[in-house]
Design a protein around this ligand. Structure first.
Ligand SMILES: [Zn+2]
Length: 329
């Protein structure tokens, strides 16, 4: 099995945690690869999610011009090509890039245009994120951006950031707004906090997908609820080991969640912060849990089923995936 060649989908991928060395070198030609690794890659074991998020900050610091955002998008596209990704939903928080006066609309437009103008067969859509600490007004502003660009490949709203430190309160209005305008919704939960956080997120924000959600495994009733409501989990194993949700890769619940029949996909979260590609993530699953084509195919079909695209596009993607897995066994 040539894991690299298998067609892949990625639903949970942050632009601001996936800055390539080549992109940074264009911004600062003096930076060595070692400097890059020291500055932007988080250690394999951070204290917790907040410790990890501090490393992301250094990438956000660089992404305060339209030029740097364009380079980041181009660099990420190259990484997706190397992994043989055929469909990706890339997320970022426009309001994190306005420190030097950029306008949120221009930020979204630049990232969109970079992907649209690229010579690639990869289908890419964008998800816009709120951070937990955002005010209700900021949160609504992001939801409004999703609506404004909903006819141009911005396909959904997300909530990311410090799950432990900030409640959902400021974000309920934005998710209601999304409901009202038929916008797709996902939200990070069940990463730094346990199953109660996943439940609360489902009850208050009504997303169809949960970013991570891996600690749902601690509550069998919640697993039943996730199956009943067909909630998809965007699982990012390496990132969870790094943020200390689990001690080692072998301790991760992904294999158990998969065996339980949950709809889940495999994702990198932040390719640079976690120093991982999607191919490497698949290889780890193969080595640790013995996953092969059967599991990878299922995860990719799950991802397409849960993707924020039309039924017609889904059919198209499913064909591409099935074709890619035939004859590789
Ligand atoms: Zn994430």
């Amino acid at each position: 099995m040539d894991i690299n060649r298998l067609p892949k989908t990625e639903l949970h991928l942050h632009l601001d945690s996936s800055l390539s060395y080549e992109a940074v070198k264009k911004l600062d030609p003096s930076i060595s690869r070692q400097d890059f690794l020291d500055t932007f890659v988080a250690p394999p074991k951070c204290n917790d999610l907040n410790d990890y998020l501090k490393r992301v900050e250094k990438q956000v610091d660089l992404l305060q011009t339209l030029h740097s955002l364009k380079l980041a998008a181009e660099g990420l596209l190259e990484m997706l090509e190397e992994d043989n990704v055929i469909y990706a939903e890339i997320r970022f928080a426009p309001l994190l890039h306005i420190r030097n006066g950029l306008k949120p609309h221009d930020i979204v437009e630049t990232v969109l245009d970079t992907f649209k103008n690229a010579e690639t067969d990869i289908e890419i859509n964008l998800i816009l994120c709120n951070l937990r600490y955002f005010s209700e007004k900021q949160s609504l502003q992001t939801a409004t951006l999703v609506k404004d660009f909903s006819d141009r490949s911005v396909v959904g709203l997300d909530l990311a950031g410090d799950e432990k430190g900030f409640p959902l309160d400021n974000h309920i209005a934005a998710y209601r707004f999304a409901d009202k305008h038929d916008l797709h919704k996902t939200a990070h939960a069940g990463e730094a906090c346990g199953p109660e956080s996943v439940r609360e997120t489902l009850e208050k924000l009504h997303p169809t997908r949960i970013g991570h959600g891996v600690r749902s495994y601690e509550d069998p009733n919640l697993l039943e609820l996730l199956k009943e409501k067909r909630i998809h989990l965007e699982v990012c194993p390496t990132s969870n080991i790094q943020t200390n949700v689990y001690d080692t890769y072998a301790d991760h619940t992904i294999d158990k969640l998969f065996s339980e029949g949950l709809s889940l996909s495999v994702n990198t979260d932040g390719r640079t912060t976690s120093n991982v590609s999607l191919t490497q993530e698949y290889k780890k699953l193969h080595e640790t849990f013995g996953w092969g084509e059967e599991q990878f195919l299922q995860c990719n079909l799950n991802a397409i089923d849960a993707a924020f695209i039309t039924g017609e596009k889904k059919t198209d993607m499913i064909q591409k995936i099935q074709h890619g897995y035939m004859g590789h066994g």
